[in-house]
Design a protein around this ligand. Structure first.
Ligand SMILES: Nc1ncnc2c1ncn2[C@@H]1O[C@H](COP(=O)(O)OP(=O)(O)O)[C@@H](O)[C@H]1O
Ligand SMILES: [Mg+2]
Length: 253
């Protein structure tokens, strides 16, 4: 494994927690286990359970504690929803799915929606030709209507930040907010490079909740450049691709 790729979401989360400034954007995250799951569900009502070493939204589950009159618990994996009358039955079922692998429990964020579908934001951070960090792209990803993940490789649709945020913010607010998300992402790059000096690019997954508060869901060290091809402004993808080629991520065609 090259020093440029860090796969463990647990390790990367703990690195970011070193920064007092970034800490407020990180949803509470613990390793999956009976006690942690119970604690987190009691505290937050809804959590995401996901593989420490996952990609493409694979194996990601949304777990909820139901409130009266129904009570009990439910979780969704892919498009399947299962409900349980007790915590013990829920836990047993999750343990079977997890099958001995390492998983995280993370506070669930109630994502903003566009036409009833959840979406989140991906910010691309790269070293530019002067070796400085630059926020080269921002894009939204709209979940498939029946799914709980927004990943492109899991039925999600990449769409411009501006169009997804239109029903939530004015044009000026959107501009200011995009700058804020890019700044948080640049701060993440600066924090991570202290621990992983070789990194050249990052893709930051950011959730926005109903109060418009941003949350860092995960940081990818091998971000997909090609989703940015979906944007109307072709100069964005061209730049991202050029930077990636310059440090050898893709072979020049
Ligand atoms: N804590 C969370 N709250 C709300 N949605 C989440 C949470 N964690 C993950 N998701 C959703 O699941 C997707 C995949 O999770 P992520 O942590 O990015 O793992 P992966 O490496 O599989 O992309 C996210 O893009 C987001 O749509
Ligand atoms: Mg992701």
């Amino acid at each position: 494994m090259s020093s440029q790729c860090v796969y463990s979401k647990w390790e990367k989360t703990n690195v970011l927690l070193h920064s007092a400034a970034l800490r407020e954007y990180i949803p509470a995250t613990k390793l999956f286990g009976h006690e942690n799951l119970l604690l987190m569900l009691t505290e937050y009502g809804m959590v995401y359970v996901k593989p420490v070493n996952g990609t493409f939204g694979k194996g990601v589950m949304r777990v909820e504690k139901l409130r009266s009159p129904s009570k009990g618990y439910k979780y969704q994996l892919n498009t399947t929803i299962r409900t349980f009358p007790t915590f013990e039955l829920l836990h047993q079922s999750l343990v079977k799915k997890i099958n001995g692998r390492r998983y995280l429990v993370q506070r669930g964020i109630d994502l903003l929606r566009h036409k009833k579908r959840r979406f989140d934001i991906r910010v691309m951070i790269q070293r530019n030709n002067n070796n400085h960090w630059e926020a080269t792209g921002i894009i939204g990803r709209l979940a498939h209507p029946a799914k709980i993940v927004t990943n492109y490789h899991n039925g999600g649709t990449p769409m411009s930040f501006e169009s997804l945020m239109s029903t939530h913010q004015s044009p000026t607010q959107k501009m200011v907010y995009a700058i804020r998300l890019k700044q948080i992402s640049l701060d993440i790059a600066k924090e991570l490079e202290k621990h992983y000096p070789g990194i050249k690019e990052l893709g930051i997954d950011i959730a926005i909740d109903q109060q418009m508060r941003p949350w860092i869901l995960e940081v990818n060290t091998k971000p997909d450049a090609f989703i940015f091809r979906k944007l109307e402004d072709k100069t964005i993808f061209r730049k991202i691709y050029q930077y990636a080629v310059s440090y050898g991520r893709y072979k020049k065609k």
